[in-house]
Design a protein around this ligand. Structure first.
Ligand code: MIC
Ligand code: SF4
Length: 639
């Protein structure tokens, strides 16, 4: 039987297990990436492992998230990251060089290899046929130490793309369509693999846009074949030697197939406050808008911004709009400057932002109160923009530019512009001078805000405590551990950042958790969707959270909970969710006995509820050992 693209790459990297869907497997990791908001913890954890240098083929440390420097903290982190990278054999991409996923795609990603990144949008690399997976920082630290990455062998879903996109409809509309079809939890436990005769019409950066937002589906990763289009892109990046062909066999078997006719797609928008609330832009037209922001790892490629420049050329944006634009990398910025497109963008009254995540993670550009912001990024969770009562629509660069011009949500086809004819460059502007090479003689610089990573004690026989919070479905890691310019600088200081756990949902949570000496969280479906930030597990661990009982979990967050010794448990009967209430006392007795006998666990809830509920767990033997040890740091030190 033939193999899919994903199976071919996994087979070549398989260290433990078999390619059976749902079975635990371990794969060798060739490359890692970290970014500054998750990287400080990852390198502190790597340092604690006591190795002289990383064991991967390539590891890159990027600075792109915390670039707004309101005080010493962010730059102290940059200094730490630069020096720790140099010492341990990691390349360092300086602030200003661009967003990790965009730069990695341009300069480092290789078809057929594996990439593990401490950022949920690492699957962007799937655009060039790389098996690129997002994970918590600790898993990436382990990969840098040469350990395999453990995961559950996902199902593989094929999306067949046929036809060709019509003018002013673009890759973002493809992935928004997929989100409409599958929802934010539709990708859980799956790899999304793209194929079909529409593929040759999509360039690598367009494929990367689609793979990038597979993170919003909750997918393990998304992957495209590596074909002639991939070869052309790598040649233009002066990296022809990195190319190899990887195509699915004609008799490859998929767990499901979905067909999308590119020719039939229209401009789409994800409406507030979830990436899967998708509607046609034409149905939302005339909605008044205050702000338009173009950039992020989803849509800041050379093609994206050339299209925007073409649409803005010789025109002015509407007076009610604040337009910001952040090129995804120094390469994109340089090329726009060299060919004059930047001048067209500036002349249209756009505000030029640095090549970084910026607005996408609430590092500046918060909208006005009650404002409507139209953005090209990938997440529109409530409050992530920095303004709780603002509404964010996620759209393509074409729709964003049209909206900036008219001041209202606008289908770009309504502007009556000639279609833009983009020719992929034969040579990108290549200058890697902002990527610093390692130097083992470097001395590590640590600022006063950088504190060691806390640890948990081994698992106790019984777990007791209060239900500290009961949440609904689709709780995001932005809900659990908010980002933004105020909180992000505390990523290297867990005791300080822990004060903000659930701050948007329940400002008293941290205080209550500390007073009660920890307890439990009850969640609905898809608990912990969104980012890879391990702080959404690490900070609750610091506050004493012992277990999260939910209807289901998002993959990366569940792995992070295990890594930090918090039990991820699920309801045997989903209806029991209704029986639990915040404030109730809960006791789970003798967990290890249940584990050993492969039996379900029982939780007793005291008066006035007086109920016993049955809980299940989907944990490998290794997961249970990690949890028993009190988390991965203890587990690794025992090896
Ligand atoms: C995000 O888009 O939410 C982030 C910020 O890039 C996160 C990582 C983080 O929280 O540092 C992600 O997607 O993993
Ligand atoms: Fe940065 Fe936004 Fe991409 Fe996260 S989603 S890596 S914050 S640009």
């Amino acid at each position: 039987m033939g193999l899919t693209v994903a199976e071919k790459i996994i087979t070549k990297h398989l260290i433990e297990g078999k390619l059976e869907r749902g079975a635990p497997i371990a794969i060798r990791i060739d490359q890692t990436l970290t970014q500054d908001a998750t990287g400080t913890m990852a390198y502190l954890q790597f340092e604690a492992m006591g190795l002289p240098r990383v064991k991967t083929d390539l590891s890159v440390s990027y600075v792109d998230h915390n670039t707004l420097q309101n005080d010493f903290m962010n730059m102290d982190d940059h200094r730490y990251l630069q020096t720790v990278a140099a010492k341990y054999g990691v390349k360092f991409s300086r602030p200003g060089n661009g967003i990790c996923h965009q730069v990695h795609l341009e300069r480092f990603g290789k078809p057929g290899t594996t990439l593990l990144g401490s950022d949920s949008h690492t699957p962007t690399g799937g655009g060039l046929g790389q098996l690129a997976i997002g994970a918590g920082g600790l898993d990436v630290a382990c990969a840098m130490a040469g350990q395999p990455f453990y995961l559950t062998m996902p199902k593989i879903v094929k999306i067949n793309l046929t036809g060709r996109l019509q003018p002013f409809v673009s890759a973002k509309d493809v992935i928004l369509k997929v989100l409409q079809l599958l929802t934010v939890k539709g990708g859980a436990g799956k790899i999304i693999e793209y194929g079909g005769d529409g593929l040759p019409t999509l360039s690598v950066p367009e494929r990367a846009t689609i793979a990038n937002m597979g993170a919003e589906l909750g997918a393990t990763t998304s992957v495209f074949p590596s074909d002639a289009v991939t070869k052309q892109f790598l040649q233009a990046q002066n990296r022809a030697a990195d190319w190899q062909e990887i195509l699915a066999d004609s008799d490859a078997m998929y767990d499901a197939e979905i067909n999308i006719d590119l020719s039939a797609l229209e401009p789409l928008a994800a409406c507030p406050h979830m990436p899967d609330i998708v509607q046609k832009v034409s149905e939302l037209k005339d909605r008044k808008v205050d702000q338009v922001l173009i950039g992020s790892c989803t849509n800041s490629s050379y093609k994206d911004l050339m299209t925007v420049a073409y649409m803005l050329q010789g025109r002015k944006i509407a007076a009610n709009i604040s337009l910001g634009l952040a090129p995804g990398s120094k390469q994109v910025l340089t090329m726009l400057a060299q060919n004059g497109a930047l001048a067209d963008i500036a002349a249209a009254a756009a505000r030029l932002l640095e090549s970084a995540c910026g607005f996408c993670i609430g590092m500046g550009q918060a909208p006005n109160s009650g404002g409507v912001s139209v953005r090209t990024n990938n997440r529109n969770f409530q409050g992530r923009s920095g303004t709780k009562d603002a509404g964010v629509y996620l759209v393509s660069p074409e729709t964003a530019a049209a909206t900036a011009l008219t001041g209202k949500l606008t289908d770009p086809r309504a502007l009556d512009l000639q279609p833009y004819k983009f020719t992929p460059p034969r040579h990108f502007a290549i200058d890697d001078s902002m990527v610093l090479e390692p130097n083992p003689a470097t001395e590590i610089i640590r600022g006063p805000n950088i504190k060691p990573c806390p640890k948990r004690e081994p698992l106790t026989k019984d777990l007791t405590g209060e239900i500290l919070l009961k949440t609904g479905d689709n709780i995001t890691t932005d809900d659990i551990m908010p980002a933004g310019s105020k909180v992000l600088p505390l990523r290297s200081n867990v005791p300080a950042i822990a004060n903000f756990v659930f701050a948007g949902l329940d400002p008293d949570f941290a205080k209550r958790a500390l007073e009660k000496k920890g307890g439990f969280i009850v969640g609905g479906e898809n608990y912990g969707q969104g980012s890879s930030r391990e702080h959404a597990a690490l900070a609750p661990m610091y506050l004493g959270v012992k277990a999260v009982i939910a209807k289901s979990f998002a993959r990366i967050h569940k792995a992070n909970l295990i890594n930090f010794g918090i039990l991820p448990l699920t309801f045997a009967n989903a209806a029991d969710y209704e029986k639990l209430a915040q404030g109730a006392e809960l006791k789970i007795a003798d967990i290890s006995a249940a584990w050993q006998n492969k039996k379900n666990i029982f939780a007793d809830i005291s008066a006035p509820l007086n109920v016993r509920i049955e809980l299940t767990y989907d944990l490998s033997d290794r997961d249970r050992e990690i949890l028993s040890a009190g988390g991965m740091l203890n587990f690794v030190s025992k090896l």
